[in-house]
Design a protein around this ligand. Structure first.
Ligand SMILES: NC(=O)C1=CN([C@@H]2O[C@H](COP(=O)(O)OP(=O)(O)OC[C@H]3O[C@@H](n4cnc5c(N)ncnc54)[C@H](OP(=O)(O)O)[C@@H]3O)[C@@H](O)[C@H]2O)C=CC1
Ligand SMILES: CC(=O)[C@@H](O)[C@H](O)COP(=O)(O)O
Ligand SMILES: [Mn+2]
Length: 380
């Protein structure tokens, strides 16, 4: 029996992690979880999974739930996320929270020796060097959940990183893949939220439409697989069947395939180095799929991808700025405060005024993250 702490239990990855725990309830126990503001769903999860510790975002919800469930320990805010992450009975932390708020809890869980299953890419983008260094020092496995990185991780089993020629991340192209930049001027939030292949949370769906998702994933791959940016390529692949590939020095390419279903990489992270059956999975029928399509990525059309490569290559605090600016800009777009094309404008502005700080500490990362959020908010 593996015991799990789950941050972001009410989200898209969180609820799919619950599906896996439910389907394999003899193998997994959910001991601690965090939610944000979806208290209705939190109640249902508490009743079904009977966790020992629950963290909520707001103090008001903490007070309400504490009275309703006297047998459960409640906590709240950023401190609550940390308590969830380091919960003493848990072996694994599934980090499925949204945004760089996941960074500090992840670092603290690593210091406590927890296995980390990481979906929360913003944590790796904003401070990948700190996370990777802490994981190495504590001999803690960092197991990718993001589909592309899980694909690479799966294709790497039995192989050596030193034999990799390049990584090839596949990109669906998102909701607006068939539109020109000029056609994006007046797109609506509803249109942007229509991902062609995946059902995901709102923020990542917008990231996918701007191609920032792939930019964040390039930086995520840099840290998870110790790969220079020059050896990470992005290939447009409309079907999201090949989840990513590794090309080795001898020209051989290893790919991982499957229907677009996040429960597969989530389960792989939870069972690693083993596998378990997933009876409810929708199996891939390639004869039915027929054809797979691939296309060169146009970085001028998808400016966010270019900005992410540039920020990643400069390094230091640049990815922190990229991420924080993107989080604020996407939230503003979702709230209807800005147009779609203003997202990359705001990120570019934030990057252009920032003086990069090399080898930033956690405190520096947190300061730069906060300053960037304030700066971008002041432009709205
Ligand atoms: N969805 C997917 O298929 C994939 C997602 N990812 C990554 O996984 C992460 C989660 O994505 P996804 O599940 O789509 O996101 P969702 O928006 O669906 O869920 C986010 C979760 O985080 C909680 N949350 C948000 N902000 C806070 C906060 N400030 N404090 C505490 N909790 C908070 C939400 O709580 P509540 O809803 O209760 O307010 C919810 O439980 C992201 O980093 C994303 O990039 C990676 C690959 C695929
Ligand atoms: C499911 C997952 O991992 C997402 O990150 C997905 O890859 C988004 O798809 P695109 O960014 O390729 O549109
Ligand atoms: Mn992904």
């Amino acid at each position: 029996m593996k015991t799990i702490s789950l941050m972001g239990a009410t989200g898209s990855i969180g609820t799919q992690t619950l599906d896996i725990i439910r389907e394999h309830h003899e193998e997994f126990k959910l001991a601690a979880l965090s939610v944000g503001k979806n208290i209705e769903l939190a109640r249902k999860i508490i009743i079904e999974f009977q966790p020992e510790l629950v963290s909520v975002q707001d103090y008001h919800d903490y007070n309400t739930l504490k009275t309703e469930f006297p047998g459960v320990k409640f906590t709240f805010g950023e401190e609550g996320l940390i308590e969830t992450a380091v919960y003493e009975k848990s072996d694994i932390l599934v980090n499925a929270v949204l945004g760089s708020v996941g960074l500090n809890p992840t670092l603290q869980a690593i210091e406590k020796g927890k296995i980390i299953a990481i979906a929360n890419k913003e944590t790796l983008v904003t401070a990948g060097h700190l996370v990777v260094e802490a994981a190495k020092r504590n001999h803690v496995p960092l197991l990718p959940v993001d589909s592309e990185h899980s694909a690479i991780f799966q294709a790497l089993q039995g192989e050596k990183e030193k034999n990799i020629e390049r990584l090839i991340l596949t990109a669906s192209g998102g909701s607006f893949r068939d539109r020109t930049r000029e056609e994006l001027v007046n797109v609506t939030v509803e249109e942007a939220l229509q991902h062609p292949n995946w059902s995901m949370g709102a923020k990542i769906t917008i990231d996918s439409a701007t191609m920032m998702n792939k930019g964040l994933e390039v930086i995520e791959a840099h840290w998870l697989f110790n790969m220079p940016y020059e050896k990470i390529d992005v290939l447009m692949h409309k079907e999201s069947i090949i989840h990513s590939m590794i090309e080795f020095h001898d020209s051989s390419i290893m790919a991982q395939l499957g229907t677009p279903d996040m429960r597969v990489p989530i389960q792989f992270a939870l069972t690693y180095p083993d596998r378990m059956p997933l009876p409810s999975a929708n199996r891939l029928n390639l004869a039915q799929v027929g054809k797979l399509h691939f296309q060169e990525m146009d970085v001028e059309r998808f400016r966010c991808l270019k900005l992410a490569y540039e920020a990643g290559k400069i390094g230091g605090t640049m990815p922190t700025v990229l991420n924080a600016a993107n989080e604020v800009a996407v939230a503003a777009f979702l709230e209807g405060k800005i147009h779609f094309l203003q997202i990359d404008d705001l990120i570019e502005k934030a990057l252009s005024i920032h003086q990069m700080i090399d080898h930033p500490s956690l405190t520096t990362i947190q300061e730069v993250d906060k300053e960037t959020r304030q700066y971008v908010s002041s432009l709205l």
